[in-house]
Design a protein around this ligand. Structure first.
Ligand code: KIV
Length: 270
């Protein structure tokens, strides 16, 4: 079967419309032209050139070794294959430590084809978020489990489990929305917290390991295809039951997100 549900140039307005209508959108990581083409043709609305490439492509045990050169190279590849998805690129570890560095690196990713940049952090990225968004660079703020801080956190653990931490995540998410963030990404937080944050913000919220109530869901491509060496609780292999190989698996993923059958209870932290 070769049915393709290609999407027409997804923009921030498209995502805001989806949130306003109470619908869901699907996001996926992509690192090359081939998979960017298959995923966007399957109806995935947002492709993230994630610094997870350091782990799934390069074989590192964290995202810390990923460089701006790596990100720009993969951004160029994804842009060439993309068929209308909104493209987000990660600012890698230590690439947004100073104002000048942030502006230069974000501009380099936008020139390479990104429509938005993603950076990890809470209150401490408030000024950076304002700096970028005031200059026309949309920001996706990544909160909850932030893999670039894995050494400070002490491992890849669920965040926001106690009331104090959950309250801090909610307050800092509001702070970043006020600073101009266009999208929030929440990784590995209890589903109840993700729902409260999503309902409290006007911007779309993308979740991974954050339950079914966020506006969008994101997964790492290699997890959807069941080829990652580790399988966290929130991951589902969509290739295993696909009737049409990889394109079918990605269409099934999109359908499952939109119908809210994914993530199911077993993929959530409570
Ligand atoms: O780098 C990445 O792929 C990510 C996702 C896990 C959300 O940040």
């Amino acid at each position: 079967m070769s049915t393709q549900s290609a999407i027409k140039n997804v923009t921030l307005t498209t995502l805001q419309g989806i949130k306003a209508r109470g619908e869901k959108f699907a996001c996926l990581t992509a690192y090359d032209a081939c998979f960017a083409g298959i995923a966007s043709s399957a109806g995935v609305e947002v492709l993230l050139v994630g610094d997870s490439l350091g782990m799934v492509l390069q074989g590192h045990d964290s995202t810390l070794p990923v460089t701006m050169e790596d990100m720009i190279y993969h951004m160029h590849c994804v842009k060439r294959g993309n068929k209308g998805a909104l493209l987000i690129a990660d600012l890698p570890f230590m690439s947004y430590a100073s104002e000048t560095q942030t502006l230069e690196n974000a501009a380099a990713l936008m020139r390479a084809g990104a429509h938005m940049v993603k950076l990890e952090g809470g209150a401490w990225i408030e000024n950076t978020t304002r700096l970028l968004s005031e200059r026309g660079i949309p920001v996706c703020a990544h909160m909850g489990l932030t893999p670039q801080s894995v050494n400070r956190i002490g491992g890849f653990h669920v965040q926001g489990r106690d009331t104090e931490q959950a309250q801090a995540i909610l307050e800092e998410a509001k702070l970043l929305e006020n600073a101009g963030a266009s999208v929030l990404l929440l990784e590995c937080v209890p589903r109840e917290l993700a729902k409260i944050v999503t309902d409290s913000l006007t911007i779309p919220v993308i979740g991974i390991g954050a339950g079914p109530d966020t506006t969008g869901q994101i997964m790492v491509l290699h997890d959807v295809l069941g080829v990652s060496p580790i399988t966290p609780k929130f991951v589902k292999n969509f290739l295993v039951n696909s009737k049409d190989g990889i394109p079918g698996a990605l269409r099934d993923y999109v359908a499952a997100v939109k119908s809210m059958s994914f993530p199911a209870e077993e993929h959530c932290f409570n």
